[in-house]
Design a protein around this ligand. Sequence first.
Ligand code: BGC
Length: 390
Amino acid sequence: MKTAHMLKHGIAVCAMLMACAISTEVHAQAGVPTSGATGDRDHMTTGEAQDRVTDEIKSYNDFTSGGPKYVEISAKDEVAQMGAGVSVIAGWDGYWNGGSTKFKLSQIRKIKEAGFTTIRIPLSTFDKSAMHMDAQGHLDPKYLHKLDAVVDAAISAKLFVIIDEHDYDTCSKDADACAAILPNVWYELSDHYKNAPNSVMFELLNEPHDKIDAATWNSWIPDLLAIVRQTNPTRNVIVGPTHWNSSADLPLLQLPADKHIIVTFHYYEPMTFTHQGATWVGPEIEKERGEFHWTGTPDQMAKLNGDFDKIADWAKANDRPILLGEYGTYAKYSAMDDRVAWTRAVSKAAADRGFARIAWEFAEGPDGFTLYDPDKNEWVEPIKDAVLLK
Ligand code: BGC
């Protein structure tokens, strides 16, 4: 196991780092600016910078005084209540860095009013074009305020909310660089939300794959969890298997004894159907454009139910509750009837086995998976209803 120490608040935190402090070299590898971009903080010691950050960011509790307090809930009870959800405002949306966005906070209430019970917020803290950390590894207070606004809106709408670390591409390309940053992200996020109600959950990392193989991931999980547990001893934390959270890798997943863990998997089978025409999953699937139909034939249903039965068996044998954390169909080429049939069948397969479910994605636009059209201000009704099983 890669274990070393990370210096935070003057306390040595055992984490999966290769060095005892966050080195500027590692930051540079991962694309974190090491000078210039962060202004005065570059010239501060970690302690001084932390004091300033603490001044700038109130802990979550300070601005929700009077709101719901944290009360322990078992992972199983929480999954039983999470029902159907949707991922919102992907990390690369303009909302996070002041760019153009179609997201409005009022959409969170619309999600609740439509009948959803959970939202998942995929964060790119150090991925894609976004960079929300300074050279000392502190999250930008402005970024946290934006996240707070969404979390607050979800809490007031009485939605469960998953804070999902979605830097999976960067992490899977360079595991060492990721290992130098990810613990720090969780140190900051978990400290910030330590007083949030139990409806707020943490997802350690979306879809680990490639350089994050099962051995690496299994060695990281206890360390990341230990960081979260310093400030959130019983909050429910979401963890999934390797190979893009594939259920086929569930048998490889090794979890600590901690009972406040929800196990997640993603389901997009068959990929040739759900991702047909998509540019990011390889030429074979990209060239498939409208030819692959999914109508729920006996063979298709048998494959789906077989896959979900295996997951339910694993859950029973390992005594863990399950969240289907992503599922959906790329809208551009598949026939609407097929998309609805597949979405409804997968929603039902999850609900029948007591899994909570989260659709990908709320309002990505015509070149996405898309449940809601922000221009027309209306839902893609058949897909929304198929997720909600209405
Ligand atoms: C990725 C998206 C992608 C979706 C379906 C998500 O985890 O972040 O970019 O569209 O999976 O492939």
